[in-house]
Design a protein around this ligand. Structure first.
Ligand code: LLP
Length: 382
C-alpha cells in the first residue's frame, strides 16, 4: 500500500523510479524462511529477478543461497553476502570464462543443460585440478500455462536435457573425471499460477527418481527451480508460498539423504516493488484519452514484451472515473502500459504507481532512446 503520506515524500524525488516497500519484502522473506526451515528445503533466490545491491543484501541476510545465470550475477551475489557454496549457476550458454570464474569462486553446483556443456566444464575443471559439482537440468515436457516466452519445459524449449538423452548423458559422465553428478534440476516456466502444474512436475520428478535409482545412481540434490506466480490483479496479496510448500511436501517422494532445492525469483521480490511515474500530458485520442507518463518500456518492459498486466494506481487523485490508455514516451507503439483502463480523473503532475513491478522490472531496464536508467527508492529511507 502506498499511502498519501508516502506519496507526499515522492514530491522531492525525480521520476521515474522504483519504490521498494522493504516491510513487504521482509514479510515475504519471513514466510519463505519459516517454510523452508520447517521443510528442510534449500532456497536459492533467482538473482535475475532483481539484482539491486540493496535488495540482494537484504535477501542474503536471511541465509538463503542464490541462483545465477552469469558470472556478473555470481559476483554481485557474492558481493552482497551470498556464500559461494550456496550459489547455483544455470543457463544454456555459459561461456568458458564464466565457467572458469565460477570454478575459481567455488560455487555449489552448475545446473547443466547439454552434453557439450558438461564436456567443457569437465575440461576446464581438469585444468584447475578440480571436480565440478553438476546437476542435470532435465526437460520434463510440462505445459506451464503461462506466457509462451516464459514457458521453458516443453518439447520445443531450448532449455534442459531431453529425457531420451539421459542414457547418453550417464554414459558420457562415466567417461569424465572432473565432474561429479549430484543432482537433478527443473525449471518449467515463470508466473505459474495453477498449482496443478507444480503437481505434474512433482509426479514427473518421482518418475525420474526411479529412473536414476534403477541405474544405481543417488542424487542428493532435487532442484525444482522457480516459477511460482504472483497476483498481478491484487498487488497487496502475498504469493501462495505456504500452499506451494505444502504441495511439494505432499507430492515429492524424497529418498533419504536428499534435499529439495528451489529458485524462487518473482514470488520473492515481485510484490514489493512499484514503478513510480509522473503524468506528463493528457492527450485526446480518437477513441480514448492518453495519459502520457515519464516512465516507459525502457523502465518496465513486461507489458511491451509479454503483454503483461500490471495494476496502475493514481496516487494523487480519487475523484471521478475516466478511461485512459497509459503510455510511455518511447518511440514504439508497444510502449503502452495499459489500454482503456479506469482511473480517477488524471492530470499533468499526478503520480501513477505501476504495481507488482519488483521482479523483472529494474533488472530488465535498458537505455533505449538514450533514456536514463530508473533509480531506486527504499521505504526504510523515507
Ligand atoms: N530458475 C531458473 C533456471 C530460471 O530460468 C528462472 C527464471 C527462475 C529460476 C526464477 O523464476 P521465477 O520464480 O522468477 O518465476 N522476464 C520474465 C521472466 C523470465 C524468467 C526466466 N527464468 C518476466 O518478466 O515475466
Amino acid at each position: 500500500m502506498i499511502t498519501p503520506k508516502i506519496t507526499e515524500k515522492f514530491r522531492e524525488i525525480q521520476t521515474p523510479f522504483y519504490y521498494y516497500d522493504l516491510d513487504v519484502l521482509r514479510s515475504t522473506l519471513d514466510i519463505l524462511k519459516k517454510e523452508s526451515d520447517n521443510s528442510g528445503y534449500k532456497v536459492h533466490y533467482a538473482v535475475k529477478a532483481n539484482h539491486n545491491p540493496r535488495i540482494l543484501k537484504l535477501i542474503s541476510s536471511y541465509g538463503f543461497g542464490a541462483d545465477c545465470v552469469s558470472w556478473n550475477e555470481i559476483a554481485a551475489a557474492i558481493n552482497a553476502g551470498f556464500r559461494p557454496e550456496e550459489i547455483v549457476f544455470a543457463g544454456v550458454g555459459k561461456t568458458d570464462r564464466e565457467i572458469e570464474s565460477a570454478l575459481n569462486a567455488g560455487i555449489f553446483c552448475f545446473n547443466c543443460e547439454s552434453i557439450p556443456e558438461i564436456e567443457v566444464i569437465d575440461y576446464l575443471a581438469s585444468l584447475q585440478k578440480k571436480s565440478a559439482r553438476i546437476a542435470l537440468r532435465i526437460n520434463p515436457y510440462i505445459e506451464a500455462h503461462t506466457h509462451k516466452y516464459i514457458t521453458t519445459g516443453i518439447e520445443e524449449s531450448k532449455f534442459g536435457i531431453n529425457t531420451w538423452e539421459l542414457d547418453n548423458v550417464i554414459k558420457k559422465l562415466s567417461e569424465l573425471n572432473n565432474v561429479e553428478l549430484i543432482g537433478m534440476h527443473f525449471h518449467i516456466g515463470s508466473q505459474i499460477t495453477r498449482m496443478s502444474v507444480f503437481k505434474s512436475l512433482c509426479l514427473k520428478l518421482n518418475e525420474l527418481q526411479n529412473w536414476f535409482s534403477s541405474r544405481g545412481l543417488f542424487l542428493e540434490v532435487v532442484n525444482v527451480g522457480g516459477g511460482l506466480g504472483i497476483d498481478y490483479e491484487n498487488p497487496d496479496k502475498y504469493p501462495p508460498i505456504e500452499e506451494y510448500f505444502t504441495l511439494l511436501n505432499e507430492f515429492i517422494d524424497l529418498i533419504p539423504g536428499q534435499t529439495i532445492h528451489m529458485e524462487p525469483g518473482r514470488s520473492v521480490i515481485g510484490q514489493c516493488g512499484s514503478l513510480i511515474s509522473r503524468v506528463l500530458y493528457i492527450k485526446n485520442g480518437s477513441n480514448t484519452q492518453f495519459a502520457i507518463i515519464d516512465a516507459g518500456m525502457t523502465d518496465l518492459i513486461r507489458p511491451a514484451l509479454y503483454q503483461a498486466h500490471h495494476k496502475i494506481e493514481n496516487l494523487s487523485s480519487i475523484e471521478g472515473i475516466y478511461r485512459y490508455d497509459v503510455v510511455g514516451p518511447v518511440c514504439e507503439s508497444s510502449d503502452t502500459f495499459a489500454k482503456f483502463i479506469e482511473l480517477p480523473e488524471t492530470k499533468r503532475g499526478d503520480f501513477l504507481a505501476i504495481r507488482s513491478a519488483g521482479a523483472y522490472g529494474e533488472a530488465m531496464a535498458s537505455r533505449y532512446n538514450l533514456r536514463e536508467l530508473p533509480s531506486s527508492v527504499f521505504s526504510d529511507d523515507l
